[in-house]
Design a protein around this ligand. Structure first.
Ligand SMILES: Cc1ncc(COP(=O)(O)O)c(C=O)c1O
Length: 375
């Protein structure tokens, strides 16, 4: 067992040496020009991000939840409509559907990929279905082909919640560039994170982009233009500048995350722990925003507590599926989404960020082995 140390769940300070000087320069320019919202800094990031993803438009907004709300409204989603999504997502995905005025239809997920089960999506489609929101959960791309075929057959939209999957690739395409629209959060701990809240909507469709631009800024794109009662969810220049500086590093950071994921899997196998802890199923385009394992047999909470006691920043994402939160209890789905419910009791997230060291991985897996032996 290696010497006692602390391995945090995420360490944002570890990436600062790479980006700090350039961010400070850009901040100084913003202070000098007092150009604080949208305009040149946001325009520049929008163009860079759209290019990176291989799509036509990126629209900067205030956060990832707003990105989903604005995207849904751009699609014309509103009262009387149903939107299908995954029961095990972060709650924001379902909240956005409610905020757009529609009804969330929560569907169960695949126990291996943790992502939407397309057969269950097919069963959930009704005449009111206007969109499905696949969530590339933990950074693992959803296989969109069956959902796109279903959407085409029934005439509804696919909106990719890519808040956890910046740069993830499925069949040669970056996620968010395949559905009608894609949405991102740049919450500071995301693979591409701002210095506060920020988000973006991306699309290859000119008309949807135009609508989203109006919907994020009081219903217009020119001064005193208010074509529709909308909201204020504009991206700040300071956040756009941070994101522009970080974006060129994203692929390398994601590659480091993948390397750490492989390092965890190798150590778990070498220690003979594979029947007591399941590592994420491999996918070459996975960007491991969160490294989520499974500890079956009712031992997760004991292992979690032992890891934390040993200084390892482990977590659970998320302790309750959306339908078991107070906010969505009225959907009356308890007991009806068994995979999401079972996973919530087994999932265990281990530290994951690009600057983890081999020593850190050794220590985490040493602690894990000890915790599993004691549990
Ligand atoms: C899957 C998913 N969707 C949406 C969001 C909402 O993003 P934000 O926190 O920026 O509003 C998040 C953020 O954590 C998320 O993980």
């Amino acid at each position: 067992m290696s010497a006692h140390k602390t391995v945090p769940f995420v360490d944002l300070s570890a990436q600062m040496p790479t980006v700090r000087a350039e961010i400070e320069q850009r901040f100084a320019k913003i202070i000098d020009t007092t150009s604080f919202i949208l305009r040149e800094h946001c325009d520049a990031f929008e163009e860079e991000f759209a290019d990176y993803l291989g799509t036509r438009h990126a629209i900067g907004v205030g956060n990832g939840t707003d990105a989903l709300v604005v995207a849904l409204k751009a699609l014309g989603v509103g009262p009387g409509d149903e939107v299908i999504t995954a029961a095990n997502s972060f709650i924001a995905t379902a909240e956005a559907i409610v905020l757009a005025g529609a009804a969330p239809v929560l569907v169960d997920v695949d126990p291996v990929t943790f992502n939407l089960d397309s057969e269950l999506v097919a069963e959930a489609v009704t005449s009111r279905t206007v969109a499905v929101i696949p969530v590339h959960l933990y950074g693992r791309p959803v296989d969109l082909s069956p959902l796109l075929a279903l959407a085409e057959r029934h005439g509804f939209a696919v909106l990719e919640d890519s808040a956890q999957a910046h740069g993830a690739v499925q069949e040669g395409h970056r996620v968010a560039s395949v559905g009608a629209l894609g949405c991102f959060s740049f919450y500071p701990t995301k693979n591409l994170g701002a210095f506060g809240d920020a988000g973006a909507i991306v699309t290859g469709d000119d008309a949807l982009a135009e609508r989203a631009r109006k919907l994020r800024d009081h219903g217009g794109t020119a001064a005193d233009e208010h074509l529709v009662a909308a909201q204020n969810s504009r991206m700040d220049s300071l956040q756009a500048a941070v994101l522009s500086v970080k974006l060129p590093h994203l692929d390398e950071w994601n590659a480091q995350r993948r390397q750490h994921a492989a390092g965890y899997a190798r150590r778990v196998a070498e220690r003979g722990l594979t029947d007591r802890i399941r590592v994420p199923a491999e996918h070459s385009g996975h960007v491991h925003h969160i490294y989520v394992t499974r500890v079956p047999g009712g031992r997760r909470d004991a292992v979690l507590a032992a890891l934390r006691k040993a200084g390892v920043g482990a977590g659970v994402h998320y302790p309750r599926p959306i339908h078991l939160t107070e906010a969505f209890a009225h959907l009356d789905l308890a007991g009806r989404l068994p995979v999401s419910e079972r996973l919530a009791g087994e999932i265990l997230s281990l530290p994951m960020y690009p600057q983890l060291t081999e020593d850190d991985l050794d220590y985490v897996v040493d602690c894990l082995a000890a915790a599993l032996d004691a549990a």
